[in-house]
Design a protein around this ligand. Structure first.
Ligand code: ATP
Ligand code: MG
Length: 198
């Protein structure tokens, strides 16, 4: 599951867990991106913080792990290179799935070096409130599984906005991540003591 995880939240975690269960996956690897070629200017926390928050968020799920493959590569990463890396690491026979939100899946055909992707992995598109699977080219459709995830209207954008305004983010993400954000004052967070309740 690739993403900026800026920051990671329960939408990501619920999606990963539901997909793991449904597709009987051996493991789910979260891959925070170093930068994202498609998002333009956003308030992006340094990759070491996003990696650490992801690590904190998944620590009580034995199926989950975090990979720094894209962060270590630096610069722009393309999913095709990441998938190739995993194929080499886990062996040709390992079946790979790329988990993504249904909102992102429609973009895949536009990704750089994407033509090769359907030969490397299958796609799992999780639908979230407000998004519908747009028509995908048949080549991708054949390799895509759609899954409904319990309605969670959580997004990192909304969490960052709330932090900027000094609003509570409690219950939107794991408590350890919340504390981490206040500790390092990410996303111009304020009023930390009030919300964390020291
Ligand atoms: P931002 O608001 O900054 O775009 P985000 O919440 O969408 O952040 P990303 O890091 O972009 O988080 O998401 C990583 C992946 O998780 C993407 O494929 C995205 O579509 C998916 N995703 C994000 N939030 C949810 C959610 N609430 N439910 C299901 N999937 C989600
Ligand atoms: Mg997003």
């Amino acid at each position: 599951m690739g993403g900026t995880f800026n920051p990671i939240h329960y939408g990501h975690l619920v999606t990963a867990e539901v997909v793991r269960d449904r597709f009987k996956l051996d493991k789910v690897i979260f891959i925070p991106s170093y930068r994202t070629p498609y998002k333009g200017r956003i308030n992006l926390a340094p990759s070491r913080h996003r990696y650490k928050m992801t690590k904190l968020a998944i620590e009580n799920n034995g199926y989950f792990s975090v990979s720094d493959i894209e962060i270590k590569r630096r610069g722009k990463s393309y999913t095709r290179d990441t998938m190739k890396g995993f194929k080499e690491r886990f062996g040709k026979k390992t079946k790979l799935f790329f988990i993504t939100g249904a909102d992102a899946i429609a973009q895949i055909p536009k990704w750089k070096k994407a033509e090769e992707l359907p030969t490397l992995c299958e796609f799992i598109a999780a639908s979230r409130p407000g998004f519908r699977l747009k028509k995908l080219p048949p080549r991708y459709q054949r390799h895509t599984h759609l899954i409904e995830v319990p309605a969670l209207a959580i997004s990192s954008t909304n969490i960052r906005r709330r932090l900027k305004k000094g609003e509570t983010i409690k219950y939107l993400l794991p408590e350890k991540v919340e504390k981490y954000i206040y500790k390092y004052r990410l996303y111009s967070s304020q009023r930390e003591s009030e919300h964390v309740g020291k």
